[in-house]
Design a protein around this ligand. Structure first.
Ligand SMILES: CC(C)(COP(=O)(O)OP(=O)(O)OC[C@H]1O[C@@H](n2cnc3c(N)ncnc32)[C@H](O)[C@@H]1OP(=O)(O)O)[C@@H](O)C(=O)NCCC(=O)NCCS
Length: 159
């Protein structure tokens, strides 16, 4: 699968809004996505195909050193080809450099997404009852913590 990772620009927004509508019962609109372009504490990483189309994307917003992953999706016709792997690995690299943790909510029945996040080191940190509607369902909270003290000690050889 040929794609490269880049940050969201205005040209990506119609593609992303179309994928949102296919994937979610409460999709982000083009206006909501456009606001993210002006939000200094948010970023959307885009997997862009050779023709400029969007294969998938992952959004994150930050509060101090906390990272909240808000939307992750891949166009159904490009799934199971490693696109989400690339997006989550990029988010994790960003998080490791800048944040104490990344956290997100996922529908309890969303086995593909839960497997994706587990693969990248996210662990189940809690549950929010009836968090989602259309259909009503619990959310699993998953968190990836970055242990900067251990990493710094490993780099310097000090324990
Ligand atoms: C979840 C989603 C983003 C995965 O995207 P993808 O590009 O198909 O995923 P990848 O091909 O990169 O797969 C990466 C890993 O995710 C997991 N995974 C992806 N699809 C899966 C599936 N259908 N069943 C089980 N595991 C799956 C696997 O762990 C996989 O690793 P592996 O190939 O080594 O087994 C995609 O299915 C999607 O857009 N779903 C709808 C939107 C959504 O639910 N987003 C998450 C909201 S929290």
């Amino acid at each position: 699968m040929n794609y490269h990772l880049t940050t969201m620009t205005a040209e990506h927004i119609p593609y992303i809004a179309a994928i949102e509508r296919v994937c979610f019962s409460h999709p982000w609109s083009e206006d909501m996505l456009r606001q993210e372009l002006w939000n200094d504490s948010a970023a959307v990483i885009v997997a862009e195909g050779e023709d400029g189309s969007v294969l998938g994307y992952a959004g994150v917003s930050t509060v101090l050193d906390e990272g909240y992953v808000n939307n992750v999706a891949v166009d159904p016709q490009f799934r199971r080809q490693g696109v989400a792997d690339g997006l989550i690995a990029a988010l994790a690299r960003f998080g490791r450099a800048k944040l104490a943790f990344l956290t997100l909510e996922v529908r309890a029945s969303n086995a593909p997404a839960i497997a994706l996040y587990r693969k990248h080191g996210f662990r189940e940190a809690g549950r929010r009852n009836n968090y989602y509607d259309d259909p009503r369902e619990d959310a699993i909270i998953m968190t990836l913590e970055f242990d900067h003290e251990t990493e710094a000690a490993e780099q310097t050889g000090i324990d």
